[in-house]
Design a protein around this ligand. Structure first.
Ligand code: BMA
Length: 841
């Protein structure tokens, strides 16, 4: 029985009211407002019109008072105690409470909670009454809880947060506002259990051989009556076939082995079908079914290869024996108000990731262990998950027993909750703690021991050994080598680009930053021979719609305070330097939107294609970052309203499993052409190398035979610029690579930075077909970075931010992710070099 309805909400000043009075069944809450559960206080107040949207302008500062109050949730529900059988036990379960609460049922204090990341269960068999029951939850202000804690040592983005087992980004991050939420952020329910309940099921593939797979299912049950004999029936169903095994439990536990003949394996979507079996566990006592549990289960094997036979280091995920190149992005919580975020949003973001040919997402350590829908969708859509534990960019008080007990409970809970998901490829202890500790220590900014070390290097690996021994564990990200961010071992975060870090460095060396055009340039990616690039990226503007919706009137201009407020990163000059090197410095908001998006898109393309050419020495690219938690300016590829930036459309191309890519050497004016094959089959094709003049169209072409094996990157040919340009100037041409039978999407390259190109003005013609929701775009001269905009959230274009070659046309289909009507009359089209746009409806 869900208890998500009829919740009421009110607030008090600290010390204003007596807790037991408010918790009492007699308390009059008629004057309280209705609250939505799951959700949070801010979202409820916003819905009621009691606060202004915290994302608009500087409104987040106006809602700070919310964080200082004591918030109470109360609800009333009916329970028919007469229906309860003698042996039955009733549990009250809170799936998620954010964060410091005290819970009362019918005026009785059940307990306190201090961890947002776990569920809280109470046996309330005796405390429930027949008929009307009153449940009350008090949320203490986070700051009140934390103000008594010492904060003498290093933590990025605010020091208080380290004591709170609450999403760390709530305390502010370099891409999101500081909004400290409170509330019942997941379901609340009552569960009736008879004699026995299933505590946990752990299902895993232990062996895959030709024609069969072995699966073990551990069952952990709790008997409420000592003498009950319990038996388990386990059934695995898939493709119309089932396998069933039965076993008796000993002291509440058993392991049931299943053999699946001709198993259908779980694959990432790019390699096959993410096939899921249904696993059903039923417990019986004396012939009665007493509890059951269902699970979607993928049969698959995943490893991380760290060394080749000859000793060469690697960081390669191996799925069912196939080495894969991981392509994807870092996932941050999808909202500052994550409890109120709809499940649909998750489905969209994961579908969009899949469409962009991503096969891995990293759940980053400063957010939350994601909601169930996230992992279910990744299982279903065939994306792997790199799962961090929720610790980021700080030292954590591992010397404090209460804190460590809290963390231990969390780690155990999370491992058990997530370990059955086939999507989870790796566990990672934290985000950047090990690396940054060492860097900050070397810089003399830290003098303490590495607090937190015991969590990542003792507690978590210890618990994983017991609870999930077969999954790879990385203590931190980045990790491995000298220093932790080294290229030759483990994974690496490339923050030379954007943050200007001077690397490589070695343990003990004083860190340095190079804030210059060259220092932050995305061309630095090409020097990076990392084994696995798990973070790298750069900012781009959010979409026009997103900005206009949240900037107060008169502030939508480049250089306004409001625009600066959207950007939570330190040293805003970094973004300007990056654009200065590639597009030139923007002079107005239009240029800023175009230049920042173009720089991000071309920069990520430069990085990812370089890393892919270096396969398998480099075996993965996780871009920082996929999404946003608010309508801000950040590294995201998709903004808060699910409007993809240019980099997203580029990613669909630079991530495609079969890729033709051009590597331009600026120093000597040569370029080479490569084919990268991430599929397991061989690839025979013809690469068409075409040189197009911005006005005259194709001026050179050549066909190159391609014959490469599966899972390979291969150099095809090298040229001096002059060989293909002939009399044409490099500032006036584009090189297009495509496949003679259109097996791959075409890919365009410019041999000069955007600021040095010499485009001719383009005159565009747009034909809009509203019925088919399509537009056809054509141009005379080359149109660079053709952009379509419609003022709505969740717009889906079949392509956007593309180049149209002289005299060519392209049809784009446009839809809303939730099939809402779109204002086609407000469709805007432009290119960075467009002179005129003629629209024909
Ligand atoms: C890395 C991440 C985040 C941060 C990002 C951009 O350090 O792990 O902490 O938001 O870079 O600076």
């Amino acid at each position: 029985m869900l208890i998500n309805k009829d919740w009421k909400l009110s607030h008090f000043a600290v010390g204003e009211a007596r807790d037991l009075d408010i918790a009492s069944p007699d308390y009059i809450d008629h004057f309280w407002m209705q609250a939505e559960v799951p959700g949070d206080v801010h979202s409820t107040l916003l819905k009621k019109g009691l606060i202004d949207d915290p994302f608009y302008g500087h409104n987040d500062l106006k809602s700070k008072w919310i964080e200082e109050k004591v918030w109470w949730y109360r609800t009333e529900f009916d329970f028919d105690k007469k229906l309860l059988e003698r042996d039955e036990v009733v549990e009250l379960i809170f799936n998620g409470l954010d964060t410091f609460t005290t819970i009362y049922l019918n005026g009785l204090e059940l307990g306190e909670t201090a961890n947002m990341f776990i569920s809280h269960t109470f046996d309330v068999t005796r405390e429930l009454v027949d008929g009307k029951n009153i449940l009350a939850v008090k949320f203490d202000p986070v700051a009140e809880q934390l103000k008594v804690k010492e904060k003498r040592y290093w933590a990025g983005f605010g020091k208080d947060r380290i004591w709170a087992r609450k999403a760390q980004y709530h305390f502010g991050w370099d891409w999101g506002p500081q909004i400290i939420t409170a509330g019942i952020w997941k379901d609340v329910r009552l569960e009736t259990k008879k004699t026995v309940k299933i505590e946990n099921v752990f299902a895993r593939t232990t062996r895959i051989e030709k024609g069969r797979a072995n699966v073990l299912v551990d069952i952990d049950a709790k008997a409420f009556k000592e003498d009950s004999e319990i038996s388990a029936v386990v059934t695995m169903t898939g493709e119309g076939k089932s396998v069933t095994e039965e076993k008796t439990l000993m002291r509440g536990k058993t392991t049931v082995p299943l053999t699946i003949n001709n198993p259908k394996l779980w694959w990432t979507h790019d390699l096959g079908d993410p096939f899921l079996y249904q696993l059903n566990v039923e417990l019986f006592t004396a012939g009665d079914l007493v509890d059951s549990y269902q699970l979607n289960f993928g049969i698959r094997d995943i490893q991380v290869k760290q060394e080749e036979a000859d000793g060469t280091t690697r960081f390669t995920f191996v799925l069912n024996g196939i080495e894969i190149f991981a392509k994807g992005a870092n996932w941050i919580p999808i909202d500052s108000f994550v409890g109120a975020a709809p499940d649909m949003q998750y489905k969209h973001l994961i579908s969009l990731s899949k469409e962009a040919n991503m096969n891995m997402l990293r759940v980053w350590g400063g957010g939350i262990y994601e909601k169930d829908v996230f992992y279910q969708e990744c299982d279903r859509q065939g994306l792997l998950v790199w799962q961090d534990f929720m610790f980021a960019c700080a030292l954590y008080p591992d010397y404090n027993r209460n804190f460590m007990n809290n963390v231990q409970g969390e780690v155990e809970f999370v491992i058990k909750r997530l370990r059955n998901h086939p999507c989870i490829a790796l566990w990672c202890g934290n985000n950047e703690n090990d690396w940054l500790y060492e860097v900050e220590y070397a810089a003399g900014r830290i003098t303490t021991p590495f607090y937190g070390e015991r969590i990542f290097h003792e507690m978590i690996p210890g618990l994983l050994k017991e609870l999930n021994p077969d999954r790879f564990y990385l203590p931190s990200s980045p990790f491995g080598g000298n220093d932790h961010n080294a290229e030759d071992v483990g994974d690496r975060h490339n923050w030379q680009v954007w943050h200007g870090n001077v690397e490589p460095r070695k343990f003990g060396e004083v860190p340095a930053q190079n804030y210059s055009v060259e220092g932050v340039s995305f061309k630095n990616y090409k020097k990076d021979k990392t084994r696995f690039s798990s973070e790298f990226g750069m900012h781009a503007s959010a979409s026009r719609y997103t900005l206009e919706r949240n900037l107060p009137e008169g502030t939508f201009f480049w250089g306004s305070d409001e625009m600066a407020y959207r950007n939570k990163d330190y040293h805003h000059q970094k973004g300007i330097l990056l654009m200065e090197g590639y597009t030139g410095v923007p002079e107005d908001i239009e240029e800023y939107m175009n230049y920042s998006m173009l720089t991000q898109a071309e920069g990520l393309k430069c990085g990812v294609e370089h890393y892919r050419r270096n396969k398998p020495e480099t075996s993965g690219t996780l871009i920082w970052q996929l999404n946003d938690c608010w309508p801000g300016t950040s590294w995201s590829m998709i903004d808060y309203y699910l409007l993809p930036k240019a980099s997203y459309y580029y990613a669909r191309k630079f991530n495609q499993p079969l890729l033709f890519t051009l590597d331009h050497q600026e120093e000597d004016g040569t370029f080479s052409l490569w084919a990268v094959n991430d599929t397991v089959s061989g690839w025979s094709d013809e690469l068409l190398l075409e040189v197009h003049h911005v006005k005259k169209g194709m001026v050179y072409s050549e066909t190159i035979a391609v014959n490469i094996m599966g899972n390979q990157s291969c150099l095809l040919a090298s040229f001096a610029e002059g060989e293909v340009l002939k009399e044409y100037r490099p500032e006036e041409v584009v090189i297009r690579l495509r496949s003679s039978d259109d097996k791959v999407e075409e890919n365009c390259y410019y041999l000069r930075d955007h600021k040095d190109m010499n485009f001719a003005p383009a005159n565009l013609i747009v034909k809009v077909n509203r019925e088919k929701q399509e537009v056809e775009v054509s141009t005379d001269n080359l149109a660079r970075f053709v952009k379509l905009e419609i003022p709505s959230d969740k717009v889906h274009f079949s392509d956007n931010f593309f180049d149209l070659l002289p005299g060519e046309r392209k049809v784009i289909s446009i839809s809303h992710l939730e099939f809402q009507p779109l204002p086609f009359e407000q469709l805007k089209l432009s290119a960075v070099n467009s002179q005129s746009v003629i629209r024909e409806d």
